[in-house]
Design a protein around this ligand. Sequence first.
Ligand code: LMR
Length: 396
Amino acid sequence: LFAAVEMAPRDPILGLNEQFNADPNPAKVNLGVGVYTDENGKLPLLACVKAAEAQLVEAARARGYLPIDGIAAYDKAVQGLVFGEGSDILAAGRVATVQALGGTGGLKVGADFLKKVNPGAKVLISDPSWENHRALFTNAGFTVETYPYYDASRQGVNFDAMLAALNGAAAGTIVVLHACCHNPTGYDISTAQWDAVIEAVKARKLVAFLDMAYQGFGDGIAEDGAVIGRFVQAGIDFFVSTSFSKSFSLYGERVGALSVVCENKEEAARVLSQLKIVIRTNYSNPPTHGAQVVATVLTTPALRQQWEQELAGMRNRIKAMRTALVERLKAAGVKQDLSFITTQRGMFSYSGLTKPQMERLRGEFGVYGVDSGRICVAALNEKNIGYVAESIAKVI
Ligand code: LMR
């Protein structure tokens, strides 16, 4: 039966973890996967999460099946976070939200649903994009192409080319957009540029799918989420996937969501009914723990405040590490101007290093990043940053 099954390649991001764990080099540093570690190199358990878990243990409940679309209080809390508490479209019941298995789960539920309603559509992802976007939409049955995004020569976004591609896309084309903290480049577009994108989406009748895996890691929760409000204002129906893996440091709990903005309440009910079929036929219904923790934190004012502080702490530490990396690289003898690292946002820096340089970093120095040159600056700390900078200097 399996004689003809070929060996699949390692996952370009998660596969690095396997290689990293097997590497005996005592100086090794994992800047591959997008995971935040604290100043001691440890994955944090947020205090707000610990407090919510203590409450949940105290009021321990039996674990029945959750509704197919997840915990109602969780879905409502996600909506408040993404669309703003008390926003008009929420009051009007125009948003269908389901709990999902992380941001990836939200994307996949949305992709499977889109394949039913818009089977012939093409999907456009940014060039480059998160490695899994292409694979996920391809596996959902779509033809995936790219729109121009990163421009190495300007150390930023080639926005004119991006916009031209959107304006040239056929009606119904699904466009995957990074709401904030673009993965892998770290370059976001400006508010004025977002407005031009929104105009193109509306004029060309494109289907916008916003991937918001890093809300709060750019400028703040409301600031990073503002783009969602602009799509709403424009009167567009669109998709948003949410992840709490990073913002709650709950990677292993697979806690995320998918929200679909619809024309009206009745349409939202129909869309929700279809999303439930996608979920039911894939994994039946979602797990309890992570969503309960997030819902508890988001709906308990003191815990919510604590979360916002802890998230700001992560955001600010990453920014400090960006500045420190630029300084350390200079101190290690790198002549070229790498100050672009401080203008990038979120967990990643697109370093500009080539695949052979990334391979050397791994092989000779045990410094792991993605072959595309992406490094996770959220995993830098005072103890490893000097070694990382010296290693990079040696391969440049
Ligand atoms: C990443 O890009 O490293 C993260 O989003 C983790 C993942 O699932 O790839």
